[in-house]
Structures are given as structure tokens and as C-alpha cells.
Design a protein around this ligand. Structure first.
Ligand code: ATP
Ligand code: MG
Length: 275
């Protein structure tokens, strides 16, 4: 049973892409089959995994979404690249901008990515979608395709209005398109331990958005090494295995993987007729 997780926040530069790389490779290190999907026209995820010219790739997410829109079949593993640390990648690039525009006039415009991922789903344990910093059609498609959402939040800023908008969008997608969509939680990123911001932000999130909003136990520390990895084509585990950011991403990976087991146990519980 696979799980599709969208990493979403319309605020830019909060650590969505860095989390996609290090959660994805973290899960792969636990023996999971992982597909990372670059749903951002900037192609940062593709670039961060060492495919440095995303715009010159012959096949990308844009190609497969266009095919899906035209009701053309996609071959299995078509356009999927492999990274040496054990994850697969569906690359993204500038062509996604054009696809996002054409989605507007397409029938079932919110569920094109879901239809595409349905074809890939059977081959993976986890599919992580790295969203772009907007709440446009591509992000709505990611939320419509996902089983759950993780929201990375940069710990220097109080997430005021932006967070409300994001949670409203998630709630609308759940009501109108994807009733199963679960909010896994908020991940605090770039936490500077010299300040109390992270504690304040976790407090404000819980105060303003209720106990229902899980804030993950793990906080990702502010780390120059983590920032450097984006240009190295590798994960933090390879680049700085003993550093604090590697340890944090490793324990975050455990938390996310445990959510998967919670779900399995809940299903078994429901399915067990003796209860
Ligand atoms: P965008 O919204 O543009 O897609 P994003 O949310 O995907 O951005 P990232 O690209 O992951 O955010 O991170 C933004 C910048 O912060 C990058 O330069 C990245 O290298 C850096 N960065 C990410 N995590 C950390 C960290 N823990 N400590 C320091 N810098 C970090
Ligand atoms: Mg990004």
C-alpha cells in the first residue's frame, strides 16, 4: 500500500525541496521504494538531485501531465530518472508553467496529476510531491493526488495569514475533490537554537490552529551544510553524515514512517471482525 505525500507551503524558501530530498532518501535508506515528484517549474528538486539542466530534459512531469490531459497512455517508468542514493525522480522544469496554464481549460483539471500518479503508484511505497510556492492549479493537483500533506514552516517567521490560507485550501480540496486527504503536520525548518522562535511558533500554531494540527517532534536546525547540499546533488546523509541536520532529517524520516504504520494498524483494527 503506497502513500502519496505533498510537501506544500505557498511561502517560498521554507524548506519544501530540501525536505523532499532528505525525507525521500531517508525513506529509501529504510528499504522503501520512493518516487520524488518535482511539481515546481523552477526544477529545484531536479537540480538538487544532480540533474543540473532540468529545462533540457526530453521528458518531464509536464510531458506526462500533457499526455494524461490528452488521454494518451503513459508507459510505466516513462521519464523517471534514478538517483544513486536509491530514489527515483519524476523531474520538473519550466514546461510545467505552460501545462499549468492549459490545465485551466481542461476537463477534470484538478485531478490530472492524480490520474497520472495512479499509473505510477503500484511501483512505490512512498511518492513525495515537491510543490511550488503558490496555491495555483499545480498545487491543487498535488493536494488532489495526495493521501496527506506535510507543511514545512521556516521557524524565523510567524506564519500568520499564509497559514490560514493554506489550511483553508487544504480543507476545500478535502471537501470538494479529495475527502481522504490528511494533514500529517507542520515541520519546523531552519530552527536557530540560539533563539526561542521555534518554541514560540510551535506555541502560536497550536494556539491558533487547535490541537488538531500536529507539529512534528523533530525540528530541522538551521545549517550551512544543509544549505550547501542543494548544489551538491546529494542528500545531507552523504554530504555531512554526522551533522545535526542529518540527524534531524533521519529522526523526521522515522516520524513520517511511523505515521504509515499507524495507518496500517488503524486499518487492521477496523478490519478485524473480532473487535
Ligand atoms: P521554494 O518555495 O522556492 O520552492 P523551498 O520551500 O523548496 O523553496 P528550499 O529550496 O528547500 O525551500 O530551501 C530554501 C533555501 O534554504 C535553499 O537555499 C536551501 O538550501 C536553504 N535551506 C534549506 N534547509 C536549510 C536548513 N536547514 N538550514 C539552512 N538553510 C537551509
Ligand atoms: Mg522548492
Amino acid at each position: 500500500m503506497s502513500k502519496i505525500i505533498a510537501l506544500a507551503n505557498q511561502k517560498g524558501g521554507v524548506g519544501k525541496t530540501t525536505t523532499a530530498v532528505n525525507l525521500g532518501i531517508g525513506l529509501a535508506a529504510k528499504g522503501k521504494k520512493v518516487l520524488l515528484v518535482d511539481a515546481d517549474a523552477q526544477g529545484n528538486l531536479t537540480d538538487a538531485l544532480g540533474f543540473n539542466e532540468p529545462d533540457s530534459l526530453p521528458v518531464s512531469l509536464a510531458t506526462l501531465l500533457s499526455k494524461t490531459m490528452m488521454e494518451e497512455p503513459c508507459e510505466s517508468f516513462e521519464g523517471i530518472l534514478h538517483h544513486h542514493e536509491g530514489v527515483d525522480l519524476m523531474p520538473g522544469n519550466i514546461e510545467l508553467s505552460a501545462v499549468e496554464v492549459s490545465l485551466v481549460n481542461t476537463m477534470s483539471r484538478e485531478t490530472i496529476m492524480r490520474s497520472y500518479l495512479e499509473t505510477a503508484r503500484a511501483d512505490y511505497d512512498y511518492i513525495l510531491i515537491d510543490c511550488m510556492p503558490s496555491l495555483g492549479m499545480m498545487t491543487i493537483n498535488a493536494l488532489a493526488a495526495a493521501d496527506s500533506v506535510i507543511i514545512p514552516v521556516q521557524a524565523h517567521y510567524l506564519p500568520a495569514k499564509g497559514m490560514t490560507q493554506l489550511l483553508q485550501t487544504i480543507a476545500r480540496v478535502r471537501r470538494q475533490i479529495n475527502p481522504k486527504l490528511v494533514l500529517d503536520g507542520v515541520l519546523l525548518t531552519m530552527v536557530d537554537n540560539r533563539t526561542n522562535f521555534a518554541k514560540d511558533i510551535a506555541f502560536v500554531l497550536r494556539r491558533d490552529y487547535g490541537d488538531k494540527l500536529r507539529v512534528f517532534q523533530t525540528e530541522i536546525p538551521l545549517s550551512i551544510r544543509a544549505a550547501e547540499t542543494s548544489s551538491k546533488g546529494m542528500s545531507i546523509y552523504s554530504y555531512d553524515p554526522n551533522g545535526r541536520a542529518a540527524k534531524a532529517y533521519s529522526s523526521f524520516t522515522k516520524e513520517v514512517n511511523a505515521l504509515g504504520s499507524e495507518r496500517r494498524q488503524a486499518r487492521q483494527h477496523q478490519a478485524d471482525p473480532s473487535r
